[in-house]
Design a protein around this ligand. Structure first.
Ligand code: ACM
Ligand code: ZN
Length: 532
């Protein structure tokens, strides 16, 4: 029998309270008194994961009957959490809201002195429905255990989308039944930046099922990305007949941008893409499916008779339109699979993008922000904000500090008035060209991801020093989870240290980029030569 804690008379919740949690809740009202959360407290919850979060507690009933009760009920908030002297009560309209309430309570308890938490009422709901983290498992592969740890850390900060970047020039990382060479060949590279060590890895179907179900228990959706039509050198290394030239190439062993991409003029390409998307989509229940669309080098297309013949036949004036044609074919396939496409912002440039596609905005510079805003404003699209600076967490702290990540407002001024209507959320990215271990991954992710989580969940009014005070307490919870992080001090380097860090990073970056990359990069926006 579930028992709700009694409300003590005269304990009115009032005022603007504060609590040590991240992300900051919408509304906090304090009251007098406090609740002692010790091992004798009984927790009642209709969601098994919530009970397991507090499973260090005794099975015995506290002599004074103190209980923590999680209940499904009607509320206009994501959850309401009330803390009385005699107990704790959480109410939410669904299990996800109760899970969020449990995370809040867990943070309150862990950041308290000896489990003594001040009486208060928290009424909470997220600012944005999409709060994501990108893991790049292509450049360096991270197995199921690391992905689960990332999910644990995400759940602690109420992130709800894990974006898995599964394919790139340096490796294809998921088994596809209909295209076995993608794992037999494209998941391995001969070495990385001259280290002479063969490198590889991929997720089996069972791995994906394990990740997806672990994430779902923590209310995290897993969105797959198969980057198309660029960043596909690994794919064409396994199936060279899918490139324009058909020539054999190796899986890339350096980074940057490669010109060996899928041929847009061959029927076989679309058949292969259909097979890959079908196999991947069936493993990921997430409504979103990311199809990349970024940094498409156009050199091979410009030399390809089939691509040029297709342009002629379809009246496509330039290579951007050819990319638009390609992407339309892919979004049609996703529609058949019941998925909503997500694309990087370059995919807008053709002017032909499917109206339902969600845009992930990443490119730095006011020009691309304005382009995105202009395109989405008229078309009623949704935008996920992942601007390079400061949401690319693979970049050094000197380039994007904790403070910068915290203070960044996702509804950018460059988006103009009314951006709240089309910004659907935020996502920080952990590109893995330079991240080759779990320790490095977490040291880049935290504490900055906590700041991104706060921007995704909390109201936009910000105060860095108050945030840093809360962070100092909450971030310690990661250690107990076996997750390392950079200190708050080192996350905000001085101007000089920041410049030194950034220059060192760029020099290292340049030494690891393929020699063809600059030429390939320049070809991204190239236009067909005029006929004489
Ligand atoms: C990207 O960083 N190329 C999406
Ligand atoms: Zn071609």
């Amino acid at each position: 029998m579930l028992k709700s804690p009694k409300r003590l008379s005269g304990r009115n919740f009032k005022g603007e309270g504060t609590v040590n949690i991240i992300p900051k809740p919408l509304k906090i009202e304090n009251a007098e008194g406090s609740f002692r959360f010790d091992s004798a407290v009984r927790v009642f919850a209709p969601v098994p994961i919530i009970s397991s979060m507090f499973d260090e507690l005794d099975e015995t009933v506290a002599p004074d009957g103190r209980t923590v009760v999680f209940e499904l009920g009607v509320t206009e908030y994501d959850y309401v959490l009330e803390i009385f002297d005699t107990g704790v009560k959480a109410v939410a309209g669904d299990a996800e809201g109760l899970f969020h309430a449990a995370i809040t309570l867990k943070q309150l308890v862990e950041c308290s002195d000896n489990g003594e938490i001040a009486a208060c009422r928290i009424c909470d709901r997220p600012r944005f429905p999409y709060r994501g983290v990108l893991m790049d498992v292509s450049r360096h592969f991270f197995g199921v255990d690391v992905v689960k740890k990332v999910i644990d850390a995400m759940a602690l900060f109420k992130f709800n989308y894990l974006h898995l970047h599964l394919s790139d020039d340096q490796g294809f990382r998921i088994a596809c039944e209909k295209m076995p060479l993608l794992t037999e060949h494209a998941s391995r590279r001969a070495q990385t930046c001259g280290d002479g060590k063969p490198y590889g890895g991929f997720f089996t179907e069972a791995d994906v099922r394990e990740i997806v179900s672990y994430a779902a228990e923590r209310y995290v959706n897993v969105m797959p990305e198969i980057d198309l039509p660029g960043h596909t050198r690994a794919v064409v290394s396994a199936y060279p007949e899918l490139s324009c030239s058909g020539k054999p190439v190796e899986v890339a062993t350096k980074f940057g941008i490669f010109s060996e991409i899928l041929c847009a003029g061959k029927d076989e390409t679309y058949e292969a893409v259909r097979n890959i998307l079908g196999d991947v989509a069936k493993l990921f229940p997430c409504k979103y499916f990311h199809i990349g669309g970024d940094e498409v080098a156009k050199l091979e297309w410009a030399k390809c008779e089939r691509c040029r013949a297709l342009m002629e036949k379809e009246g496509l004036a330039d290579y951007e339109k050819l990319q638009g044609y390609f992407t339309c074919k892919v979004t049609d396939m996703l529609e058949e699979l019941g998925k909503t496409p997500v694309v990087w912002n370059e995919a807008l440039l053709s002017g032909m993008l499917d109206k339902n596609a969600v845009i992930q905005y990443w490119k730095p510079g006011a020009k691309s922000a304005r382009e995105v805003a202009a395109a989405v404003r008229e078309e009623g699209r949704r935008v996920i904000v992942s601007r390079h600076n400061p949401y690319y967490l693979d970049q050094p702290y000197g380039y994007s500090s904790l403070k910068a990540a915290y203070e960044f407002e996702p509804c950018l001024a460059e988006f103009g008035e009314g951006a709240e209507a089309f910004v659907t959320g935020v996502e920080c990215t952990l590109w893995a060209e330079h991240i080759d271990s779990a320790e490095k991954l977490f040291s880049m992710m935290f504490p900055r991801a906590a700041a991104v989580a706060e921007s995704g969940w909390s109201a936009p009014q910000k105060n860095y020093s108050v945030f840093a005070e809360r962070l100092r307490k909450v971030i310690k919870m990661l250690r107990a989870m076996g997750i390392n992080y950079t200190s708050i001090g080192d996350s905000n380097p001085s101007f000089v240290k920041g410049i030194v860090e950034t220059v060192a990073f760029q020099l290292k970056n340049m030494s690891r980029i393929d020699a063809s990359s600059a030429r390939n990069w320049r070809s991204i926006g190239m236009r067909p030569k005029k006929k004489k």
